[in-house]
Design a protein around this ligand. Structure first.
Ligand SMILES: C[S@@+](CC[C@H](N)C(=O)[O-])C[C@H]1O[C@@H](n2cnc3c(N)ncnc32)[C@H](O)[C@@H]1O
Length: 333
């Protein structure tokens, strides 16, 4: 894989994720699965099944995040577009690009929209997203990148015209999936891809009542549990594993001290798991837990610090009436 591919007159896709050194990836996973607590990086969630389960999660009654963020965007899209003066919309961790339409519509309405650049590690999701967007915006130039935040941000395509302003999005609480040092590193890398005068929109889930948080990650339909367990099937498929999903149970809890949700998979009995593609055998004891995701909850002051570490200045703090979710609009200073 690798290299740009023109899909039609308006759409190009660069697939860079395959550039990842497979041996380095295997080594990292071997180390994380053997560590205590054992860990599986959360980007493995997003195969085709994982992405459609995530899409279902976003529509669950308990999962307030997506609809609240969408409502904040609806309410403020015209203002965000006006303040940014952007011609190009870059979206990091774009997923299905669903909420993006709110901003694309507002940019089209303002007559400034020239190009959309989605960037995500999951190739099938990016391909589906751009097909859906092409049907809705037939004239829109789209240049998609299938890449990893930590390897490929420097390969985001150049502006169509040098003076074009960009609005860069990292929404959907994606930043919450990273520990503080990684989050800071990511914000700094993002800043390096931007020019003075560009704008950055960061979507964060806010610290709130624990029961609301707990319900959001423990839905009654069990979709989040299926999403969490699916990561074992992804490892089985990718690395010749024999994890049995029925021998594990979903667990999600709020860590009050660290202000974050942790998702884990709990082994229901002693078991031996082989991953031939990793040349790895694991002896897992009953009750042992594998950490699969963290979702950090933010306070406004922490967001301001995070942004300033990347050389950004907060210009607008946008939230809902219940202060569930926050969107920080910032400018590269
Ligand atoms: C929490 S989802 C948010 C999706 C979408 N922005 C939304 O708001 O619904 C995180 C997205 O980031 C992508 N992602 C996770 N880790 C990534 C990485 N290291 N590099 C690039 N994309 C990544 C995932 O594939 C997924 O689409």
């Amino acid at each position: 894989m690798g290299g740009g591919h023109q899909l039609d007159e308006h759409i190009t896709i660069d697939v860079l994720a395959g550039d990842r050194d497979p041996e380095a990836e295997r080594q990292e996973l071997r180390r994380l699965l053997s560590d205590r607590p054992r860990q599986i990086p959360s980007h493995y969630f997003y195969d085709g099944t994982g992405s459609s389960l995530f899409d279902r999660i976003t529509r669950l009654p308990e999962y307030y995040l997506t609809r609240t963020e969408a409502a904040i965007l609806e309410r403020n899209a015209a203002r965000i577009v006006r303040r940014s003066g952007a011609h190009e919309l870059v979206e990091l961790g774009s997923g299905t690009s669903t909420k993006t339409r709110i901003l694309l519509d507002a940019m089209a309405e303002a007559g400034t929209l020239q190009r959309y650049l989605p960037f995500d590690v999951s190739e099938p999701v990016v391909r589906d997203a751009i097909a859906a967007l092409a049907a809705r915006y037939p004239e829109l130039g789209i240049h998609a990148v299938v890449g990893d935040f930590f390897l490929h941000l420097d390969q985001i395509p150049d502006r169509i015209q040098p003076g074009n302003r960009r609005l860069v999005l990292l929404i959907g609480s994606t930043i919450g999936n990273f520990e503080a040092p990684e989050a800071t590193a990511l914000i700094r890398r993002i800043a390096q891809t931007m020019q003075t005068g560009d704008s950055f929109l960061l979507g964060v889930d806010l610290v709130k009542d624990e029961s609301v948080l707990h319900a959001a990650y423990n839905d009654t339909e069990g979709i989040t549990a299926r999403f969490n367990l699916n990561v074992l099937d992804v490892l089985n498929f990718r690395f010749g594993g024999d994890f049995s999903t029925c021998l594990f149970e979903h667990r999600a809890f709020y860590d009050r001290a660290r202000e974050r949700i942790e998702m884990r998979l709990v082994a229901l009995r002693d078991q031996r798991v082989r991953l031939t593609g990793l040349d790895l055998e694991l002896e897992i004891e009953a009750g042992e837990e594998i950490l699969t995701e963290i979702s950090c909850k933010y306070r406004r002051e922490v967001v301001v610090d995070l942004l300033s570490a990347g050389g950004f200045e907060l210009t607008d703090w946008l939230t809902d009436d219940d202060r569930l979710f926050g969107l920080a609009l910032a400018r590269r200073s």
